[in-house]
Design a protein around this ligand. Sequence first.
Ligand SMILES: *[C@@H]1O[C@H](CO)[C@@H](O)[C@H](O)[C@H]1NC(C)=O
Ligand SMILES: *[C@@H]1O[C@H](CO)[C@@H](O)[C@H](O)[C@H]1NC(C)=O
Ligand SMILES: *[C@@H]1O[C@H](CO)[C@@H](O)[C@H](O)[C@H]1NC(C)=O
Length: 312
Amino acid sequence: MDLTEISSVILHHPSGSVLTSHLACTILCMSGLTLSILRTKRTNLQRRIMLIVLCCPQLYDIINSYKPEYVWSDGDWEASDTYWRSKEFLAWLYNDSPVRDTVVVNDRWGVGDMCHHGGVYTCADRYNPGVLQNHKWEDAMTIDKQSWGYRRNTTMADFLTMDNLTSILASTVSCGGNMLMNVGPTADGRIDPIFQERLEQMGDWLRVNGEGIYGTKPWRAQNDTKTPQIWYTSKPGLTYAIVLEWPKADTLSLGVPVPTEETTVTLLGLPGVKFSWKQLSVDKGIIITIPPLSVSDLPCQWAWVFRMSNVK
Ligand SMILES: *[C@@H]1O[C@H](CO)[C@@H](O)[C@H](O)[C@H]1NC(C)=O
Ligand SMILES: *[C@@H]1O[C@H](CO)[C@@H](O)[C@H](O)[C@H]1NC(C)=O
Ligand SMILES: *[C@@H]1O[C@H](CO)[C@@H](O)[C@H](O)[C@H]1NC(C)=O
């Protein structure tokens, strides 16, 4: 299924916690909202009994009731997939469950599975290879640079900025990945205003630029060769250049696209303005002219997406 259309997510921790989050995709692009749960460690026997008695029926029940589009397992490193009975669960999920034709899962189903088995490879926390991958993957990361859960002792410097987050999103999507942006709720269930602000800012950015993210495919090149900090995505007939730094000059030179006579260039969020362009060299590249724009003309604050039609 298309990861960009996910609207509900179930988070499954093998130690027994199962959470649903319908919020996940409405808030974030191609992502889930992970709620971290800290639990006291149980003995192996207690855990196994809980797994069989509580976790599995609860997980099956929740899938039957909520029909999630994405099942995200975690905590796998504590034991093998045999111990967690992951194969039995996944066999049921893909063969007999009500979501068997649509569901996707991640890769955290037992020691050694991560990055080798599963639907979406998460590999390591904050995995971001920077080059195209041949298997669907995800950058599972948190806005707090150090913690998945809420902590009271954070300072401003501990939070990723919107420049950081748009950069992670652009590089991830260009390379065929999915971004999971985590926030840790407080013990009494609140979302701290700094996290709320980042989530809303990401929503603001996607409202303008989602066309270059949702439903896109990796292009033949992931980043530009001439100008740094530019990542590409594509749709049929369209190539999107996600520009992380607004051009300092009145032109933007791109080394990879090969324009044709039908090529038009626009900026997402600035409808009606066609940017003129010329070829960079005889066989490839394009120089886009940036017209004088005032700050208030710019459709967003952090990363800008140029849409080029009919480039090769
Ligand atoms: C902040 O608190 C967490 C526990 O919530 C602790 O693990 C961490 O070491 C603390 N960091 C600093 C810089 O005090
Ligand atoms: C966040 O952005 C700042 C400023 O551009 C940069 O110095 C820093 O390395 C970035 N941090 C991460 C984790 O991307
Ligand atoms: C971008 O592409 C070039 C090759 O054109 C490569 O050398 C570079 O490391 C890539 N990654 C980034 C983050 O710029």
